[in-house]
Write a protein that binds this ligand. Sequence first.
Ligand SMILES: Nc1nc2c(ncn2[C@@H]2O[C@H](COP(=O)(O)OP(=O)(O)OP(=O)(O)O)[C@@H](O)[C@H]2O)c(=O)[nH]1
Ligand SMILES: [Mg+2]
Length: 226
Amino acid sequence: MPLEHDEPGDNVKRVIELNDDLLANNEALAQKNAEICKKHGIKTFDIVGAIGAGKTLILEKLVEKLAKKHKILVINGDVTLRIDADRIEKHGAKCIQINTGHECALNAYHVYNVLTKFDISKYDLLFIENVGNLICPSDFILGADIRIVIVSITEGEHVIRKHPLLFKESQIAIINKIDLLPHLDDISVERMKADALKINPKLHVVATSAKTGENLDELLSAMNLI
Ligand SMILES: Nc1nc2c(ncn2[C@@H]2O[C@H](COP(=O)(O)OP(=O)(O)OP(=O)(O)O)[C@@H](O)[C@H]2O)c(=O)[nH]1
Ligand SMILES: [Mg+2]
């Protein structure tokens, strides 16, 4: 809304400057996050994806496989509650929940707060589960080494083509819930893979079932963790 004494256009200009500042600050803090983690020898993964695509279940399974060899810290972003953090913590990781309220993605400041307020010296892996959303996280890099984007086949075959941004910015893409393929007659995982690679030819695309564990070792290998 323009203020009473504003010239026409003034308000619009202020809003644009505010957004630019926010994004510039986010990039600077993301850089700091990367430096802090590098100094402590912590490998970091930022996991983004649609609501319910399987981010938490995949993290539960990965933590289960990795907890013997690694000290794992997980940051869970959700609008409210700490359901996901509790689910993952049972498998042997320390989980810190960040409730973002009305914000639809974690930003670098959330992560910076964790890295500077907690004793992170004993950890060597950090997984960040972002708020379930295929759009907002693309505005906020967090300073992680690798960004992983997850979709599942139940979101429809065109979900990747409809949301290209996160696929452009990620290093790994997961197409999850392939155990449900027999129940869906209009999905081709090969076509979904081709869509992801067309958007970003450098992507490592893995089709998984978090439920059965299928291809999770291929995922760990893409993450350079085995
Ligand atoms: N059949 C099947 N179900 C799955 C798979 N992965 C996750 N699910 C189920 O899908 C639902 C959502 O999984 P979550 O792991 O909570 O998904 P999420 O992406 O963390 O969800 P939000 O954090 O709420 O965005 C749960 O009921 C899971 O058990 C899978 O590979 N196959
Ligand atoms: Mg979750």
